[in-house]
Design a binder for this molecule. Structure first.
Ligand SMILES: Cc1ncc(COP(=O)(O)O)c(C=O)c1O
Length: 381
């Protein structure tokens, strides 16, 4: 039995280093990284400004909890709230996406006095109890049933199902702007408008899970900026600090005003090194124009896969789903790996996911495109 409990089917090689959009295996082989370590490496692997900020902060103050005010944490909160735009009033720092969602869902129940939730088929929100209850993984729910609150799963993007749903007893609706794990599924802007209106009318909190879509990945600071949405909570993690563990819950002003000291807490959340990493990440994203870069990269990828085995391109910016019909997606993924390109699978066996660093180079994109074009599906003439 390995000492490290197996949790995931890893690559068949160990990684020892990574820079920019490339990762390097133990045997010296370099791979172009279109997976980004689960959509995390927003500014590229080991961006020098992020690394310098982390090292400098670690040397001066490695850790202190919220028992003390830390200028670096205050600066990180100010920068993130400014980055999120005028709808967001304040932030709570935690350590992961699941924890961010757990806190948003818990506060929704506390503030509404309700205990039911609504989520969407195919949605993924994490593995803590409330987040898991709202994640469409029935296999994991079954043994925990008595511990999980009631959560109704509606079809994502379905206007008729939304119109029929009753939110009157619902504490919160949680939604990903783009359902990544489900196969990079998008919904019509009018559906988001209707969802917001229904939540407002019912006094139901809206939690927008931007754990994958945040920090410029879809072309705007957060994906909710592209829709007619005024979320009560926006949850983030993954790309927030370029790979240093950090999660955050962003609050709209009316919610922020109702949270009392003591309602929230986390020993490690928003520690000084994580805060320094967040500050540097935001500076890089803004100064290097990475949201615009994500859109330019998307356009290059969309144009480049035309006429290949890819029959449809889903998503926005650098959260991309390549639809590969005919049962060839797994073979394409294996071919890309043999060609030294890493991509992700999804819950949809026909969809491969691309979520590379936002500063992925044109040369890296061309490497991907060349590898896709050189794929010959088994059985093809
Ligand atoms: C949309 C979304 N929300 C939440 C999570 C949970 O984040 P974490 O693994 O940091 O707990 C994930 C993880 O993949 C995710 O994709």
């Amino acid at each position: 039995m390995p000492a490290l409990q197996p949790t995931y089917a890893p690559y068949p090689f160990a990684l020892v280093s990574a820079h920019g959009d490339a990762v390097v295996a133990e045997d010296g082989r370099a791979f172009t990284d279109f997976y980004g370590g689960h959509c995390v490496c927003s500014t590229g692997h080991s961006h020098p400004r992020v690394v310098d900020a982390i090292c400098a902060q670690a040397r001066s103050l490695l850790f202190y909890s919220t028992a003390a005010e830390l200028p670096v944490r205050t600066a990180a909160a100010d920068a993130l709230v400014r980055y999120a735009g005028p709808h967001i009033a304040s932030v709570f720092f935690c350590n992961s996406g699941a924890e961010a969602n757990e806190n948003a869902l818990k506060l929704s129940a506390q503030l509404t006095g309700r205990s039911r939730f609504v989520a969407f088929a195919g949605g993924f929100h994490g593995r803590t109890l409330l987040a898991l209850a709202c994640t469409d993984l029935p296999k994991l729910h079954a043994p925990l049933r008595p511990l999980l609150p009631a959560c109704e799963f509606l079809p994502f993007g379905d206007a008729a199902a939304l119109a029929q749903a009753d939110f009157s007893e619902v504490a919160a609706v949680i939604v990903e702007p783009i359902q990544s794990m489900a196969g990079v599924r998008t919904a019509d802007p009018s559906w988001f408008t209707a969802l917001q209106r229904k939540c407002t009318d019912a006094g139901t909190m809206l939690v927008v899970d931007e754990v994958q879509t945040g920090f410029g990945r879809t072309g705007t600071p957060f994906a909710f900026h592209q829709y007619d949405l005024a979320p009560d909570f926006v949850t983030c993690a993954k790309g927030i600090a370029s790979g240093f563990p950090l999660g955050a819950v962003l609050f709209a002003a009316p919610v922020a005003a109702q949270i009392a000291p003591g309602d929230l807490g986390s020993t490690f959340g928003g520690g000084p090194v994580a805060s320094a990493a967040l500050l540097a990440t935001l500076e890089v994203i803004e100064e290097e124009g990475l949201a615009a870069r994500a859109l330019a990269a998307e356009a290059r990828i969309r144009a480049g896969v035309e006429g290949t085995v890819v029959t449809e391109v889903r998503g926005a910016g650098l959260l991309i789903g390549l639809v590969v019909g005919g049962g060839h997606a797994a073979a394409l993924k294996a071919h890309l790996q043999a060609e030294r390109v890493l991509v992700g699978a999804s819950a949809d066996p026909e969809v491969l996911r691309l979520m590379p660093p936002l500063n992925v180079s044109d040369a890296a994109i061309d490497h991907l495109l060349h590898a896709v074009r050189s794929f010959a599906p088994a059985g093809a003439a």
